[in-house]
Design a protein around this ligand. Structure first.
Ligand code: AMP
Length: 190
């Protein structure tokens, strides 16, 4: 299964991605995790990415698309993969479609986790206390939400017209949301 896990920052994508990876697809590809690893390693990519991440801005499309191309070309994605945090712009989505089309492949489903802005801010500020992520302060979170609404949310229409969008209510417990996601994925697997 080739899956995109979609939603605003703090919707629970990372948590649900881990649940899905355990039960469905092996390769879990999180661009946020990859960038944070690059920052930690002191890689050039990390230095560049950090300047955007610290402000809650998106890392430039050409950089992210390059990373994803390399990652999708690794062998473990052949049986399927789950993208978490990518694509975030129309240009990224178009590049992904082209990459997959070149292999006669396509995205099977886009699970969009729906959570309202107030809940997101509350959750992220909570996460900040636990994980200590530097981009989890209130100002940066608000900027990330603006960036989401302006640049990323339009992708829902893109995938809806491709007939692969599935919206899932992201309010409630982790288990409740995972059950809703499972219901979607079971239909796709048939
Ligand atoms: P995340 O962990 O997915 O919330 O990503 C954290 C930060 O990494 C974002 O706020 C962006 O600065 C950057 N980032 C992650 N994925 C992407 C992407 N697909 N396009 C651009 N920037 C990204």
């Amino acid at each position: 299964m080739r899956l995109i896990l979609f939603g605003p920052p703090g919707a629970g994508k990372g948590t649900q991605a881990n649940n899905i990876a355990n039960s469905y697809v092996a390769a879990h590809i999180s661009t946020g995790d990859m960038l944070r690893a690059a920052v930690k390693n002191g890689a050039d990519l990390g230095t560049l990415a950090k300047s955007y991440m610290d402000k809650g801005e998106l890392v430039p499309d050409n950089v992210i698309i390059g990373i994803i191309k390399d990652r999708i070309n690794e062998g473990d994605t052949k049986k399927g993969f789950m993208l978490d945090g990518f694509p975030r712009t129309i240009a990224q989505a178009e590049a992904l479609s082209e990459m997959l089309e070149a292999e006669s492949e396509s995205i099977d489903t886009v699970v969009s986790i729906e959570v309202n802005d107030e809940e997101i801010i509350e959750r992220i500020l909570q996460r900040a206390k636990i994980e200590g992520r530097e981009d989890d302060t209130e100002d940066i979170v608000r900027n990330r939400l603006n960036v989401y609404h302006n640049q990323t949310e339009p992708l829902k229409a893109y995938y809806e017209s491709a007939g692969v969008l599935a919206e899932v209510d992201g309010m409630g417990t982790i288990d409740e949301v995972f059950e809703r996601i499972q219901a979607v994925l079971e239909k796709v697997e048939l």
